[in-house]
Ligand binder design. Structure first.
Ligand code: HEM
Length: 594
């Protein structure tokens, strides 16, 4: 042994337990302050802070313990535990940049709490209850890591924040989501590679990639899709009618219990398959998910929604057995469909026609992986959302027979004697139909917990409305809470389509419980089911056309009644918010109208 090593051993052997305790506390506190101040992300400083320092501390500690292994274990646990302890104390302390905003303790400590809440499926109710308890701004999460760096640099703890706020104040919708507002936050990181349009955090890149989507949803482009919507709507009605008839074996008036929620999903998935990939999904034809299409898209959704709260961890999904196959299968499926659709060429003016740049020879054609990401986005964004809204609407129509009757009459007046409801202009003028759709979207916005935005590091504090938020704060406007805030909508939990017909004073007096003198509140600026601003849902016009048309097709030919004994509110109770809504079955007695 060299003399210098001997000297070190001699020095460490001379340390008392108190000396070592002071060393552990002092070094862990210094590391904590260094982490917090400089947020090291390169391997060397991380190695020094996370491995070398506790490694050195283990040398003197081993002299007091029975083995070197115990010394190492004790040093790492004490050092790491203390760093964690300072972190927790800081996050709960009045020195934290968001200390002025209240929130539950577990949410203020870590973002893992949000993952847990999301996994339980009741995010929408939980955040609403937090707003009721704490007010318009609630501190709901603590991002542990800087999401812009690779995940393996994040094994260190990001001690300073950034942090997350949920907002229920409708007045800040424009400054947060509108033009010049905030870019998307880390919640959107690491979903697909390359990212789909919805996951792009850089506003300039988003604007560039949004152009073909905008071309795909101009009114003249949407006009071209009317025949596809009509043909799929006809198919849905024919399929349901033939199911009921086969059950009736020729009897005239027979009804059959059907899960209309599932059939709405078959319809919207088949339709989006037509739009994005030239068709071929055929869930309605198969009467279920025989080809596993739905399963492919559904299976990865829950885990990615849960893990998006700690989105750096999404990259780890591919190392977990099972999940890699799920995600890869979805991409393979998308890739095969893109190639197949390319073979069809520019003959068909569907969504793919625009996304692939077939419509505009002057644009740079996107790569196959980009087209695959956006094609998959179209299926996910366009099918679940619309199916949920349609199911919510039928749930309410069956609960409120007077609303149902009035809609039936409106449809009969607009499209008499079996005239097919395919005139989009007429559909858009059907005030009761549109009021019922709006009211369903208000009560159950398909993306209930909104879309996260971020104040980037280095920007400094940002004034938003009458608030000033520090940099590195993540915010989201909680759509479900805003839509159900009595300051925006009177009797916010009740299904009252009349509230959307306020132009007609007679209507309000006759058909609602609201007296003419009551101070009826209706703040349409707080209605954001499709979001708002530059990232507003690209498919909004298509979704509205699709919903209006299929509802009229369905109600013209079929009758939907509640199954006696089915609990009112049961469907709503079983809904799960995992970014998009996962809906339980909605059973209805379906019969063919004579
Ligand atoms: C009732 C039906 C629908 C609802 C409630 C809905 C709602 C939303 C919401 C809330 C967003 C997030 C926007 C943001 O991050 O700020 C979104 C994005 C998007 N939706 Fe929809 N959506 C519906 C139907 C559709 C349909 C039929 C399509 C057709 C493809 C579609 C395509 C998209 C796309 C491409 C985006 C990303 C937009 C962007 O990031 O620029 N959606 N939608």
């Amino acid at each position: 042994m060299s003399t210098s090593t001997e000297r070190i051993w001699a020095a460490t052997a001379a340390l008392s337990l108190l000396d070592i305790g002071i060393l552990v506390v002092g070094s862990s506190l210094s590391s904590y302050i260094y982490f917090k101040r400089f947020e090291p992300q390169r391997p060397l400083p991380l190695f020094i802070l996370v491995v070398l320092i506790p490694g050195v501390l283990s040398v003197p500690l081993s002299t007091f313990l029975s083995s070197n292994t115990l010394g190492v274990a004790f040093a790492f646990t004490a050092y790491g535990g203390l760093v964690l302890f300072y972190t927790l104390i800081y996050r709960l302390s009045p020195f934290h940049p968001l200390a002025q905003y209240p929130g539950p303790i577990l949410a203020r400590i870590s973002k893992w709490w949000s993952s847990f809440v999301c996994a339980r499926g009741k995010q929408h109710l939980y955040y609403r209850s937090l707003h009721e308890q704490y007010g318009d701004i609630v501190r709901v999460g603590e991002y542990d890591f800087d999401h812009s760096a690779p995940w393996y640099f994040h094994l260190g703890i990001k001690l300073a924040g950034p942090n997350e706020l949920s907002i229920r104040d409708a007045s800040v919708i424009p400054p947060i989501l509108g033009p010049g507002g905030l870019p998307k936050g880390p919640w959107w990181d690491n979903r697909t590679n390359p990212p789909a349009l919805v996951g792009l955090r850089d506003p300039v890149e988003h604007q560039r990639r949004r152009k073909p989507w905008n071309r795909a949803f101009t009114s003249s482009a949407v006009k071209e899709y009317e025949t596809i919507v009509a043909s799929r709507s006809r198919q849905l009605v024919d399929r349901l009618a033939s199911l009921v008839r086969s059950e009736g074996k020729g009897e005239k008036k027979i009804s059959m219990p059907l899960d209309i929620g599932a059939w709405m999903s078959y319809f919207t998935t088949d339709f989006m398959g037509d739009m994005a990939f030239g068709g071929g999904f055929e869930l309605m034809e198969d009467g279920g998910d025989a080809k596993g299409v739905w399963h492919i898209f559904e299976s990865g959704m829950k885990s990615s929604a849960v893990m998006a709260h700690t989105s750096w961890s999404l990259v780890l999904l591919k190392y977990l057995p099972g999940t890699v196959q799920t995600i890869q299968r979805m991409r393979n499926f998308g890739g095969v469909n893109v190639v197949n659709r390319m073979k069809l060429g520019a003959k068909r003016k569907d969504l793919f026609y625009y996304l692939s740049g077939e419509d505009d020879s002057s644009t740079v054609r996107p790569s196959l992986p980009t087209l695959t990401s956006d094609g998959i986005l179209a299926i996910i964004a366009g099918s679940d959302t619309t199916a949920t809204t349609l199911t919510a609407l039928f749930n309410y129509l069956m609960q409120y027979p007077a609303v149902y009757e009035r809609l039936q009459q409106e449809i009969e007046a607009a499209f008499p004697h079996g005239e097919e409801p395919i005139d989009a202009a007429k559909l858009s003028r059907m005030s009761w139909l549109n009021a019922c759709i709006n009211e369903s979207l208000r009560l159950y916005p398909a993306v209930p917990s909104g879309s996260q935005r971020s104040i980037l590091r280095g920007e400094g504090p940002r004034a938003i409305g009458h608030y000033v938020f520090p940099e590195q704060t993540q915010v989201f406007v909680h759509t479900y809470s805003v839509h159900r805030d009595p300051r925006n909508f009177s009797s916010p939990d009740q299904f009252i389509p009349q509230r959307w017909l306020r132009d007609s004073a007679d209507d309000m007096d006759e058909k609602t419980n609201f007296s003419a003198t009551e101070n009826f509140i209706h703040n349409s600026a707080a209605f954001i089911p499709f979001s708002y601003g530059p990232t507003i849902c690209a498919g909004k016009n298509l979704a509205l056309l699709e919903m209006r048309m299929v509802v009229c097709f369905l109600m013209q030919r079929l009758e939907f009644r509640r199954i006696s004994g089915a609990g009112i509110g049961q469907w709503e109770d079983e809904l799960e918010d995992q970014f998009v809504i996962r809906k339980p079955p909605l059973w209805a007695n379906v019969s063919v109208r004579s």
